[in-house]
Design a protein around this ligand. Structure first.
Ligand SMILES: Cc1ncc(COP(=O)(O)O)c(C=O)c1O
Length: 435
């Protein structure tokens, strides 16, 4: 990278001695030479330990909806700390947070709090299996639902390994997944109406859940085609399958009620994390009363840190702000301007590009003239050029993720001035980096 990151470079060997790859999450490893270490973050900015300041569009992979170190949330958390953090009891504020989630998310009648999105997904799958008495899960290629072994298939692998789209091969994203779990997952291309219908007609009696990221937040924010989510809803109802929306990225970000509000399709269960706590570790899963009520009746769900006071206070403060102020509307307005500005920059440079997703989380996809509809069509985009652009943007202080599948995330702290500064940088970058 052509900016000074000597201190990060010196830190990495030390980190790598005691942590595999020198990080706590594989996604943070950018190479032995290029893995950055962070000093602090505030508002829309992040500073590395070399003192470089970046306008942050990674936002911790999406949780930061208000801005880093957002005072109104942090004050609430700080005050709560004086009263202890983990009680092995329920606190009244937890009930208020559950009430807020139920009020905001149209499909959610009952909810349980967890700490991470992975945990929320794991619990939702168990509930779906317990409710239906079936074991298999259908999920879609390019979708990532966390580190849970059951669904860590066909996420970020090269789609060439997925086989023919009529008979897709579920490809494990990691070693260490037991062989027997390979038999419990069916992976399908997103937005493929015909293949979904034929698969469900053939397998429904074994399928507990269809798990879908309603917008592919882990594959360039690919949007559902009109009728796609409706089809999933219709077939799940017809065959008694639990429809689960993984709203870990979309929830409390693209609308107060997430994707289910935006697209007007209600799942049976939904999972949340990220924007729910503006970066504090808090997550949730919830949905129809009839399904959620299996929890506790022969169905396990719990955790030592579930609904700890830090997460609960962060969620209470974040949801209160999102409910009462036009925060998401403002983010969307600025995001639209950023999307339009980026599109114009690519157009002016004669570079084919489409912008996928929602103004609060979107991806420029370069080299395609039509929006991709699944991971297979997205894979034909020009990743190498995107990576070169992103590296040049880092040198000028703008930081989207280097992985082209990871959307640009907006926060309320990304003001109009920040958007303008970003567009100026990107204009220079696109001019300087020839395709
Ligand atoms: C859609 C989706 N589901 C689940 C997860 C897992 O969440 P966590 O990293 O909090 O375990 C993620 C994480 O990026 C995600 O994007």
């Amino acid at each position: 990278m052509d900016f000074n990151h000597e201190k990060s470079r010196a830190m990495w060997p030390r980190a790598a001695k005691v942590m595999p790859l020198g990080v706590s999450s594989n996604f943070r490893y950018w190479g032995d030479e290029d893995t950055l270490f962070v000093e602090k973050a505030k508002g829309p900015y992040l500073w590395d330990i070399d003192g470089n300041r970046f306008i942050d569009y990674r936002l911790g992979f999406g949780p930061i909806i208000l801005g880093h170190a957002y005072d109104e949330v942090d004050v609430r958390v700080r005050e709560a700390l004086a009263n202890g953090v983990t009680y092995a009891f329920t606190q009244p504020l937890e009930v208020s947070v559950a009430e807020k989630i139920v009020a905001m998310c149209p499909a959610v009648e009952m909810v349980r709090l967890t700490n991470t999105g992975s945990e929320a997904v794991m619990h939702a799958l168990r509930v779906a299996r317990a409710y239906t008495g079936r074991e298999k899960i259908i999920k879609f290629e390019g979708q990532y639902d966390g580190m849970c072994d059951y669904v860590l298939f066909s996420t970020y692998t090269d789609p060439k390994s997925y086989g023919n789209r009529r008979s897709p091969i579920p490809v494990p994203s990691t070693s260490g997944i037991p062989r027997c779990l390979h038999d419990l997952i069916i992976t399908l291309p997103f937005n493929d109406f015909e293949i979904f219908e034929t698969t469900v007609r053939r397998t429904w009696h074994e399928v507990a859940a269809v798990l879908v990221e309603p917008m592919l937040g882990n594959c360039a924010a690919i949007e559902p085609l009109p009728g796609w989510l409706e089809l999933l809803r219709e077939k799940c109802t017809e065959y008694g399958i639990v429809l689960i929306f993984d709203e870990v990225k979309t929830g409390f970000r693209i609308a107060r009620g997430g994707a289910q509000e935006v697209y007007g399709v209600l799942p049976d269960l939904a999972t949340y994390a990220k924007a729910l706590g503006n970066g504090y570790p808090v997550a949730a899963f919830g949905g129809k009363r009839e399904i959620m009520e299996v929890v506790g009746v022969g169905v396990a769900c719990g955790g030592t840190y579930a609904a700890n006071a830090v997460g609960v206070n962060a969620a209470a403060a974040t949801l209160e702000l999102l409910q009462n102020q036009p925060i998401l509307e403002t983010i969307a307005e600025r995001g639209r301007r950023l999307q339009a500005g980026l599109k114009r920059i690519f157009d002016d440079a004669g570079i084919p590009a489409v912008i996928c997703g929602h103004p609060a989380m979107f991806s420029p996809v370069i080299g395609l003239s039509e929006k991709p509809t699944d991971q297979r069509s997205w894979a034909r985009s020009d990743h190498n050029y995107y990576l070169r652009l992103v590296r040049a943007a880092y040198a000028r202080g703008v930081m989207p993720d280097y992985d082209p599948r990871e959307p640009w995330f907006m926060s309320y702290s990304h003001s109009d001035e920040v958007v303008d500064e970003t567009l100026n940088v990107m204009e220079d970058v696109v001019r300087a980096v020839k395709r």
